[in-house]
Write a protein that binds this ligand. Sequence first.
Ligand code: PLV
Length: 321
Amino acid sequence: MAQHFHLNTPLLESVSMSKRAGTTVYLKMESSQPSGSFKIRGIGHMCQQALGCFIIVGFPGGNAGMAAAYAARKLGVPATIVVPASTPQLVVERLKDEGATVRIAGKVWDEANAEALRLAETEGLTVIPPFDHPLLWEGHASMIAEIAASLGPGVKPGAVLLSVGGGGLFCGVVQGLKDAGWKDVPIIAMETVGADCFNAAIRAGKLVTLDDITSEAKCLGAKTVCKQAFDYSQCGEMTIISEVVTDQQALQAVLNFLDEERVLVEMACGAALAAVYGGLIGRLQTEGCLPAPLGPLVVIVCGGSGVNTEQLTALKQKLLS
Ligand code: PLV
């Protein structure tokens, strides 16, 4: 059996983004993972520990589901992905192409989750959660060890820039930074308006459940961030900067990235990229939240497979016209 399912992804220097950020920008290309996003790191790791068949409750975005379906195919075990009815047909088709059984249950994630728990109970399946589990964070943390190896000895990031949905990626990156001895590296955690459960929790000083997900960045659409992510933001051990961009800014970043780096990513990833394209890095330096000058900025290009040219055109019409 393979040691793990994820790939060691490239760390690419972006000249055009470096110009905009005023420091060297390195792109950790998680968009080139099998299944299209970083999710395979944590989910692949967890599926390897799980015995037998498993089940996952997918969000409409489907990247966690895609990663589980891929890992199941490689392990030769069946996977059932339960998704809410709001899941786009494109995502359902891709999950089926990966060989998963797709069950559509309920209108929203909570209803799909209830059905998944019922199925797990009656059919004896293991539930793989999309973002809230230590094994997922352990798997995601591997990207920081790779970044350290790519940067080489003595080079440390000035900051790490990423997107937050339910906080699984964030928790993995925190863990990875701690493991690398990089606790002093600030994390810039990006969300979109209407999918901003982490920012809302930080502002409220407690976990907050959003009424609804109104952002088009569906893959950031967890209503409540995981407790571990919130706890990291409160413990003061590391510098965590939480920022929110509009859907328009996230989409504009996706378009800029496609033009300049020739890679198509989801809006969820655009939220992080928008920090560079929208001039946020400079603003944070002016406000004293980030040092000036800043060491290399590492951007986690989390990817996402729920996007194609047709959907991009539809998003442009909806958000930018
Ligand atoms: N997306 C999950 C969970 O959604 C899903 O099932 O699609 N970037 C991309 C491309 C993602 O797919 C996700 C998560 C994130 C960022 C955020 O990661 P998280 O949830 O670990 O913070 C809710």
